[in-house]
Design a protein around this ligand. Structure first.
Ligand SMILES: *Cc1c(COP(=O)(O)O)cnc(C)c1O
Length: 449
């Protein structure tokens, strides 16, 4: 049976972000069940879910409160549309999201995943300026930050800045204006985050000044460019970026798809620096990692820009078949209740400090170039030469090799190129976190010899 499944996988499936030629050479791990922070495969082997099933899981798998909420919703209705009618769990979740979001965000627009929620934000920003009319109609462009990742649909790719994922599709994309990243480890002012941060801001200010009349919005990942390699912004950077947007009258879209829902130690990353964006994009952890759901939150100013007589055609012409799916909203509400009722963020703080301590021994390893942590997420950048910061050759797949080795010791992780990612569910017990970092240390030593 289980070998049958593996064979069928090789025959039928095309996996995301996967070179299938390599996949066919490796024996696939087929997950059959999970509990808490452990995954179990069809052979009965167990693994720590070290990247929270691609950054989505928050409270662990099979959380009784979320399981119950989904079952209860199933007893009422699984899905009904939000086009022209409303739905109980979608309304309740919208209220709950607004209560915990940065103040000033008052409207919730649902979609299905991070990419679609980014598309929604881009279209809202664009349409907002078009409808404002006059010289504002020329505000049609977006700033694309180097190393940014906002999803894989074409609009999201247009504002993405990861060469490997995005360059090939360039002819299909709308043009965007390039802006700087904050990859301090590899920036020309390297080793001095203060200097690096100031230079980044000055460069961004210049871009905004040069293009202000044609810019609709800047889209940023607050505090951390995650898929870009877990690049952590210097303190104060986000607040300064928000101030630049305000000064130049450019809308700010905060993409908290990866950093939202507790990952940084607060419910939203914007909270750390007292920032309210014009549009806030949420997905991944929103349902606790159970079901696909996303939301784009807007300020009243943006929302009002769409109110007009029917004939003026200012409707936001966008929606998806499963927008505001009832089961997903019920899961999300249950997840937010766990945050509210069980002190998730309070109990996370000592684990964030523990993670910082557990990361220290990595810095001494001869092929670890940089270790970056923000709240309960971290990246370990492997380099061929620590002194020159020279990377390993792309085809050597050093990050992948470390992660494949970790499976033998019962840890499931996935790298970002040569950056090892540490992103377990927030619920991971301290002992399991210790075990996870221990396995990673051992695997880095064994693979980099
Ligand atoms: C994952 C991610 C997305 C895309 O979300 P999907 O649900 O995979 O479409 C967008 N932005 C950020 C910052 C992400 O990490």
């Amino acid at each position: 049976m289980k070998r049958g499944l593996e064979k069928k996988d090789l025959r039928c499936l095309w996996h995301p972000f996967t070179q299938m030629r390599d996949w066919e050479q490796e024996r696939p791990v087929v997950i059959r069940s999970a509990r808490g922070c452990m995954l179990e495969d069809t052979e009965g082997r167990r693994y720590i879910d070290g990247v929270a099933s691609l950054w989505v899981n928050v409270h662990g798998h099979r959380r009784p409160e979320i399981d119950r909420a989904i079952r209860a919703q199933l007893g009422r209705v699984a899905h009904s549309t939000l086009l022209g009618v409303s739905s109980e769990s979608a309304i309740k979740l919208a209220g709950a999201l607004i209560r915990i979001a940065p103040p000033g965000l008052t409207r919730v627009f649902y979609s299905d995943d991070g990419s679609t929620a980014v598309e929604v934000a881009l279209k809202m920003a664009f349409q907002y300026w078009r409808q404002k009319g006059g010289r504002y109609r020329r505000r049609t462009k977006f700033i694309r930050l180097l190393n940014a990742y906002h999803g894989d649909t074409l609009g999201a790719v247009s504002v993405g800045g990861i060469e490997l994922f995005h360059t090939l599709y360039r002819p299909l994309l709308f043009p965007a204006i390039d802006g700087p990243s904050f990859y301090c480890y590899r920036c020309e002012f390297g080793g001095d985050p203060g200097r690096c941060g100031r230079e980044c801001l000055a460069a961004l200010d210049l871009v905004m000044r040069r293009h202000r009349d044609e810019l609709a919005a800047l889209i940023v990942e607050p505090l951390v460019q995650v898929a870009g390699g877990m690049l952590v912004a210097p303190p104060g950077h986000l607040k300064a970026v928000a101030a630049l947007c305000r000064r130049h009258g450019i809308l700010m879209i905060a993409d908290e798809v990866a950093v939202g829902f507790g990952r940084t130690g607060r419910i939203f990353a914007c909270e750390h620096e007292g920032v309210t964006p014009d549009l806030l994009v949420l997905a991944k952890g929103i349902t606790g990692g159970y079901l696909p759901l996303a939301a784009t939150l807007a300020t009243e100013k943006i929302y009002r820009g769409f109110l007009a007589p029917f004939g003026a055609k200012r409707t936001f012409f966008h929606g998806h078949s499963y927008s505001g799916n009832a089961l997903a909203c019920a899961a999300a509400l249950a997840s937010l209740n766990i945050f509210r009722d069980t002190g998730v963020l309070e109990r996370l703080q000592p684990k964030i400090r523990l993670l910082a301590r557990l990361l220290r021994p990595f810095r001494d390893l001869p092929h670890v170039g940089d270790v970056r942590q923000c709240g309960f997420m971290a990246g370990i950048e492997l380099v061929k030469s620590k002194r020159s910061k020279a990377p390993y050759p792309y085809a050597a797949r050093i990050g992948h090799r470390v992660c494949m080795r970790a499976r033998r010791y019962g840890l499931m992780i996935r790298p970002l190129g040569d950056v090892l990612v540490i992103m377990p569910p927030l619920a991971i017990p301290a002992t399991m976190l210790r075990r996870m970092l221990g396995i990673m240390h051992r695997c880095v030593r064994e693979e980099t010899g």
